[in-house]
Ligand binder design. Structure first.
Ligand SMILES: *Cc1c(COP(=O)(O)O)cnc(C)c1O
Length: 385
């Protein structure tokens, strides 16, 4: 099976992990600091906190913004469930904003309309989480303008988007948001096995996320109430979590960061190759904008099902049977049973639902070869004709 995504590890990556295993530090230590510095420098953000996965990173970002009961978080329905679950962890409510049918990202126009309505009803969100779906940057300037006007905070779910650029700025630089979150799951652009990171420009948010990553425990006298009782002394000053990343994971992540441009260039070359090969087929290829550089975590096509005369499930099954590991991103989050229990139902976000009915993710990863890609195209051609 040719997978839709896969990690790409070289000897230096493996050696980096073994070096940690032979060292004194296995849990959060010097490799975590190296990995954090590598990502922060690459993105042009002053602060970064490595954590065990991006789901934990989203949770801590919400905690740092003091999201809680009575508050609401809005996100895109076309995302992984973690983008919405972080609100529920905090006891807050969730709502969704329909997608732009070109980019498949949360639509800034739909957001503006929903905010105007919410203001009349007195139910404005505290946090909005735009998701850079597939690595394609969201309309960050428009979202930031709305954030200033309506007073909400912005967490970028950049799980797909390390290496992407918006108007020349790296995603994660944080000039249009409060915090950004990356994932280092093996199917993402850069991996640490499991892993996530929170980036921010704000020193106070950085301090809060770092504190909550480790039980809310501090050894810094400045964060304590009263005096330190000696060298052994620590205080728990907030309710935190154990969300640390191991140094084995961080060493892998730091090593992978030295290869990120190679990964991005390869993904772009393959994406352009797909664009050309699929031009004659009844499918919509991913949207491109001159001022946005996608990280191409995913290569998603929309099947023109009327022209094809078969269902998406039939195309999917035919390709799977032929050994092509196609996938579907995403089942709209509001249609998951857990969210239907909260009152969401089919028809709530028509653009996301129409997109879902036609979407198919083709294999795209740094190790995909051109002959493999040619096979994907040949099998797809048969499946849609
Ligand atoms: C992968 C992913 C996450 C969660 O990442 P983990 O590191 O697996 O917790 C969150 N949001 C999006 C959009 C993702 O694709």
């Amino acid at each position: 099976m040719i997978p839709y995504g896969r990690q790409n590890l070289n000897q230096a990556d493996l050696d980096a992990v073994l070096d940690v295993l032979r060292s004194d530090w296995l849990t959060q230590g010097p490799a975590n600091e190296r990995f954090e510095r590598a990502v922060a420098t690459y993105c042009g953000a002053p602060h970064a906190v490595a954590v065990c996965n991006a789901t934990a990173a989203l949770h801590l970002a919400c905690c740092a913004l003091e999201l809680g009961p009575g508050d609401a978080l809005w996100t895109s329905p076309n995302t992984f469930v973690a983008s919405a679950n972080c609100a529920l962890y905090c006891g807050a409510g969730v709502d969704f904003v329909d997608i732009d049918p070109r980019t498949y990202n949360l639509s800034a126009e739909a957001l503006a309309e929903k905010l105007a309505q919410a203001e009349r009803g007195g139910r404005l969100p505290k946090v909005v989480v735009p998701v850079h779906f597939g690595g394609q940057p969201c309309e960050l300037e428009a979202i930031a303008r709305l954030a200033r006007r309506y007073g909400f905070r912005v967490i970028e779910d950049a799980a797909h988007a390390i290496g992407a650029r918006y108007r020349g700025e790296p995603i994660g630089a944080g000039n249009h948001s409060d915090l950004s979150v990356f994932s280092f799951h093996p199917v993402k652009i850069v991996t640490s096995g499991e892993g996530g990171m929170v980036l921010t420009r704000h020193a106070a948010l950085h301090e809060r996320v770092a504190l909550l990553r480790s039980h809310g425990i501090t050894r810094a006298p400045a964060q304590m109430t009263g005096e330190s009782e000696g060298g052994w002394y620590y205080q728990q000053v907030a309710l935190g979590y154990n969300y640390r990343m191991t140094d084995m994971q961080a060493a892998l992540g730091a090593s992978q960061m030295t290869r990120i441009e190679e990964f991005l260039k390869r993904r772009h070359a393959l994406a352009e190759r797909y664009d050309r090969a699929l031009a004659e087929l009844p499918v919509q290829v991913p949207w491109r904008a001159p001022e946005r550089y996608s990280a191409f975590h995913l290569y998603v096509i929309r099947l023109r099902l009327k022209e094809i005369g078969r269902s998406r499930a039939e195309v999917y099954e035919a390709m799977r049977r032929a050994g092509i590991g196609v996938n579907v991103h995403y089942i709209p989050v509001h249609l998951q049973p857990h969210f239907r229990k909260l009152g969401f139902k089919p028809g709530d976000y028509p653009e996301a639902e129409a997109y879902y009915a036609q979407a198919l993710t083709l294999p795209l990863h740094a190790g995909l070869t051109e002959p493999e890609q040619d096979r994907v195209v040949a099998v797809l051609r048969d499946a849609v004709r």
